[in-house]
Design a protein around this ligand. Structure first.
Ligand SMILES: C[S@@+](CC[C@H](N)C(=O)[O-])C[C@H]1O[C@@H](n2cnc3c(N)ncnc32)[C@H](O)[C@@H]1O
Length: 250
C-alpha cells in the first residue's frame, strides 16, 4: 500500500512507524511511505504556506494552493491507483476514526493524508480537494501529523501480510464489534495472583466459550454503546440478556 503524507513537518515521519510491526512492513515494502513537504509547493520565494483568516480572528490558516498542488503531485505518482486513493483531510471535524474505518481504508491501494496545522486548512481544500475527512477523537491536536501516524498504524494492521499469524487482527478489540477478552501469560501464579483455571484446562471449547463471555461482559460493562452494532449470535444475546442487556427496538 502506498501512503502519501502531506505535511509542513516532514521530520515527524516515519517516527514511531519505523519500529515494530509497521517498521517491518516498511522494510518489507508492504507499506510504502511517501512524505511530502507542503512548503515545497508554496508559490513565493519565502515559501509561505499560511495567511490571516478572512473576516479576522486568531491564528493563521493554511493556504489552499500549496496543499492542492501537493495533492496533485502525490496523485501524479500514483498512476492508475490515483482514482482509487482516498484523499483524507485530518480534522477534528471529520468522521470518527474507528477500527471499521481503518479496515475500509486498508482496502484502497493507496492513501493520501493531508495534515493541517495552525487554525486549520482553507475550507476550499475540504470542499474541492479532499474526498474524506477523518478525526481521531474529540480533542484538538496541534497538527494532523499525530493523527496521520495513528491512522497509518491502525490501517497497516489490516494490510495483508503486515501482521503475522501470531498477531492476528481477528481477535483484537473491535473485531466483530466487541472488546477483547482478558489475556494472561506465564507464570500461572504470580504472588498468588492466579490465571483463571479454565485457561489452563486445555479444553479448547470451554476456553472459547469463556473468552466469548468475557468479551461480552467487558463490552457490556465498559462500552455498552458498542453492543447495538456488534455481531451477536443468539447465544450471545441470551447471555447478555441474563446480564440485564437487551437490544432496543427501532
Ligand atoms: C489546531 S488544529 C485546528 C482545529 C480547527 N481550528 C478546528 O477547531 O476545527 C490544527 C490541525 O490539527 C489536526 N487535528 C487536530 N485535531 C485533530 C483530530 N482530533 N483529528 C484529526 N486531526 C486533527 C488537523 O489537521 C487540523 O487542521
Amino acid at each position: 500500500m502506498d501512503i502519501h503524507v502531506l505535511t509542513l513537518f516532514p521530520e515527524l515521519f516515519p517516527g514511531p512507524l519505523a519500529v515494530s510491526v509497521t517498521g517491518r512492513a516498511l522494510k518489507q515494502g508492504l507499506l510504502r511511505l511517501h512524505v511530502r513537504n507542503i512548503r515545497d509547493f508554496a508559490h513565493d520565494r519565502h515559501q509561505v504556506c499560511d495567511d490571516y483568516a478572512y473576516g479576522g480572528g486568531p491564528g493563521m490558516v493554511m493556504k489552499p494552493e500549496p496543499v492542492a498542488e501537493a495533492v496533485e503531485a502525490a496523485k501524479a505518482t500514483l498512476g492508475e491507483k490515483a482514482d482509487q486513493a482516498p484523499i483524507v483531510l485530518l480534522t477534528p471535524q471529520g468522521r470518527p476514526f474507528t477500527q471499521k474505518v481503518g479496515q475500509e481504508l486498508a482496502r484502497s491501494p493507496a492513501l493520501v493524508l493531508i495534515c493541517g496545522h495552525y487554525e486549520g486548512v482553507d475550507e476550499r481544500v475540504r470542499e474541492r480537494v479532499a474526498t474524506d475527512e477523518i478525526s481521531i477523537g474529540d480533542y484538538v491536536l496541534t497538527g494532523g501529523e499525530l493523527a496521520a501516524l495513528v491512522v497509518i498504524d491502525a490501517v497497516a494492521r489490516h494490510v495483508p501480510g503486515v501482521l503475522g499469524n501470531e498477531e492476528s487482527a481477528a481477535t483484537d478489540s473491535f473485531a466483530g464489534g466487541l472488546l477483547q477478552y482478558p489475556q494472561y501469560t506465564r507464570p500461572a501464579d504470580y504472588r498468588g495472583w492466579l490465571v483463571p483455571d479454565v485457561l489452563l484446562s486445555g479444553n479448547h471449547a470451554e476456553i472459547a466459550r469463556w473468552r466469548r463471555h468475557q468479551s461480552l461482559l467487558r463490552t457490556l460493562l465498559r462500552r455498552p454503546d458498542l453492543l447495538p452494532r456488534a455481531e451477536l449470535t443468539k447465544e450471545d444475546l441470551r447471555f447478555l440478556n441474563e446480564h440485564g442487556w437487551a437490544p432496543q427496538g427501532p
